[in-house]
Each structure stands twice: as structure tokens, then as C-alpha cells.
Design a protein around this ligand. Structure first.
Ligand SMILES: [Fe+2]
Length: 375
């Protein structure tokens, strides 16, 4: 039997402040809206919110860069006595930041640090204030997960995690994707693809998630092809939104693999966006996983099925790997060295990699070799 983690109430529709208001007025009369700089600066966007939310007191906080515990703490301190609920409008960083703020508004510890795995020792015992996620990218799945990824540059990138942190409401409007810069759309899609592949091949078996993912696979090749050709249709954007959402449900239930294990320390020690790290590593890590499984006479059926469903090939993992290599080249994401990655970091990163639900047990030498090929 497969257990299913809680999935938040979700509205797939054109974003309309009124739809949100109808849903959230039960949460109180004052809201903190954490918003990306991009959407805050978008002409008329915040005015429209203020006009429509006229019966709710609105405060805006602009989230910039990677969410970190210090900013969470200062926003909590500022709004603890004045805010009934929290809304996130932005990408994964904004959603993670807002989720942590909502979780901390009634907590009685000094800093969210105390709840971050591997950083603090406290057990979360508060109740979060209601939290509404309106993601504007499709990839991280943060809107459906129970964790908030927080980082301190050069030190750590880890999760504040609790079942109670799950969003009270998610509103997904694919037209937000059409406003994203080209490179952001590409690397968030690579994050999404990585999450789909890693949760599908995870050591955690879940029939429900398998069926859910398999229902998306036939669209992926066409979707990525259209993305790379700058030829996305409205239907493609809708599918991308759904894919990002499903990838979040999948990772919440099955966990992730070696790419995301690398992504935590690489995200802490470089300034590379999470999706860029995924895009740079997906192909080489998948290759090493399949190699290890073959050499150890383990089942590679999931990778064969990926190849068959995505590419229409009869169980040929070589073609899957070629397809991933091609995507890696064609997305043309910036090299990690441009974000501060260098070879001296390799050992430090490998020491922090935890292979929990990755299907292959890769040794340090293999992990080092994967990072040596990065530039
Ligand atoms: Fe991810």
C-alpha cells in the first residue's frame, strides 16, 4: 500500500485577486504579502491587489535572493502582532521564505535557525498562521511541500520541515510563466524534470506517485522541445504548471536523488540558482546511476520506462541519456564557475552529500568525478 502525504487545496485558474479574497477572508483582516521584486515592480500589479483587497490590511515584503533565516526572523519580528495570514507571490524562494514566516509568527523561539534540520535542535511545536502560495514559476514544487529551504551563504542550505507548514491554499495560474525571463524558465523546468526523474526512480516505492508521474511523461519531450525552440503555446504553459505541481507532490512522497543531494551544499557554497545546479548535473548523475545499477545487477526498469514513455523507445536507456545530454547542451545554462564554483569545493561538497533515496549507492570517487566534469 502507498501512503500519500497531504496535498493542499489548490485552484488552477487565471490569477484573480477576487478569487483569492473569497478564499482567504476567513483567515482574518490583515495579510502580509511576500512578493518577488519582479512582480512587485510590475506595473499595476500591487495597485490591483490593494484595490481589490480593500477590506483587508495589506503589507508587502519584497523577497530578494535566496531565503535566509535572518530575514525570516526580522520579518517575523516586524509583523508578529499585526498579521493574520501570509501570501506568497513569486518563485520557489519566495514561497519558501513566506512558508517559514507563517510558521514562525506564533513560535516561541528566537530564531527559525532552531528548527532547521542539522542546524538547530528544537522540535517545532507552534501552529503556523494560514499561508497561501501563488507560485509564479513551475519547478520547485515548494507550494505543495512541507519544508522551507533556507540558507546562509557559505554555511548551509537546509530545511525547516513540519507537516503543519503545508499551504492552506495554492493558486496556480500558468500565465505567470509567460512573464519569466528565458533563462529562469529554462532552469526552473530543469529543476522540475530532475524532480520528476528523481522521485520516480527513488528507492521509496509509491504506486500512486508512479501513476501520477507516468501520466505526465508523454508530454515532457514535446514540452521541452518547444521550450528550447522558444515555441511554447498556452497549452504548454498550462502543462508546465501542472508538471511543476506534480513534481512537488512526487518529491514530498518519494524523496529525491543524487542531483538534489549535491544541490544543497552547492547551493550553500555558490550563488548558483537551484535549477541551474539541477540542469548541470541531471545528465551526468543519471548516467552514473544507471551504470551502477547495471554493474550491480539491479533493476533499471524505471529508467527503461522513462525512456519508453518520454521518447517512445523500447526500453533503451542509452537514448534517454542522449536526450538528457542534448537538453543539457541546448539549455545553455551558465557554467557553475560563474557562480563561484571551483575545484577546491569538490571535497567539501562530497563530504556533505547524503544518498538517502537515490537508487544507486555511488562512492566518493564517483561523486568527485561527477563534480570534476562541471565547469
Ligand atoms: Fe529541486
Amino acid at each position: 500500500m502507498s501512503n500519500i502525504a497531504q496535498i493542499p487545496k489548490t485552484i488552477f485558474d487565471k490569477y484573480d485577486a477576487q478569487v483569492v479574497i473569497d478564499q482567504v477572508s476567513k483567515f482574518g483582516s490583515s495579510a502580509l504579502i511576500c512578493i518577488s521584486r519582479f512582480h512587485h515592480n510590475k506595473a499595476g500589479f500591487t495597485d490591483n491587489i490593494l484595490n481589490k483587497f480593500n477590506k483587508i490590511d495589506i503589507s508587502f515584503h519584497i523577497v530578494t535572493g535566496e531565503p535566509n533565516p535572518y530575514d525570516v526572523d526580522s520579518v517575523v519580528l516586524k509583523y508578529r502582532d499585526s498579521v493574520d495570514f501570509v501570501i506568497a507571490i513569486g518563485g520557489g524562494s519566495v514561497v519558501d521564505f513566506s512558508k517559514a514566516v507563517a510558521g514562525m509568527l506564533d513560535a516561541d523561539v528566537k530564531s527559525v535557525d532552531e528548527y532547521i534540520e542539522g542546524v538547530g535542535l528544537s522540535k517545532y511545536s507552534a501552529n503556523p498562521r494560514p499561508f497561501i502560495a501563488i507560485p509564479t514559476t513551475a519547478g520547485t514544487g515548494a507550494e505543495v511541500t512541507k519544508n522551507s529551504v533556507l540558507s546562509v551563504a557559505g554555511k548551509f542550505k537546509k530545511s525547516f520541515r513540519d507537516d503543519k507548514l503545508i499551504s492552506s491554499l495554492v493558486v496556480i495560474d500558468s500565465s505567470f510563466l509567460q512573464t519569466l525571463p528565458d533563462d529562469v524558465l529554462k532552469y526552473t523546468t530543469m529543476d522540475c524534470l530532475t524532480q520528476i526523474i528523481e522521485s520516480y526512480t527513488s528507492t521509496v516505492k509509491n504506486i500512486f506517485i508512479d501513476l501520477l508521474i507516468e501520466s505526465t511523461l508523454e508530454d515532457i519531450a514535446m514540452l521541452i522541445n518547444n521550450l528550447l525552440q522558444n515555441n511554447l503555446t498556452q497549452k504548454d504553459y498550462d502543462k508546465m504548471s501542472m508538471l511543476g505541481y506534480i513534481s512537488g507532490i512526487a518529491l514530498a512522497n518519494c524523496g529525491l536523488g543524487i542531483v538534489h543531494s549535491f544541490a544543497s551544499p552547492l547551493g550553500a557554497y555558490t550563488t548558483a540558482p537551484h535549477g541551474v545546479i539541477c540542469g548541470k548535473l541531471l545528465s551526468s548523475c543519471t548516467k552514473e546511476n544507471i551504470l551502477w545499477l547495471k554493474e550491480n545487477n539491479k533493476n533499471i526498469q524505471k529508467y527503461e520506462k522513462l525512456s519508453m514513455k518520454i521518447l517512445g523507445d523500447a526500453n533503451d536507456t542509452d537514448n534517454l541519456l542522449k536526450w538528457l545530454e542534448n537538453i543539457t547542451q541546448q539549455t545553455n545554462l551558465k557554467d557553475l564557475t560563474q557562480y563561484g564554483f571551483n575545484k577546491t569545493l569538490i571535497k567539501k561538497v562530497v563530504n556533505e552529500v547524503k544518498i538517502k533515496t537515490n537508487p544507486a549507492v555511488l562512492d566518493d570517487e564517483t561523486l568527485i568525478n561527477i563534480l570534476q566534469t562541471l565547469n
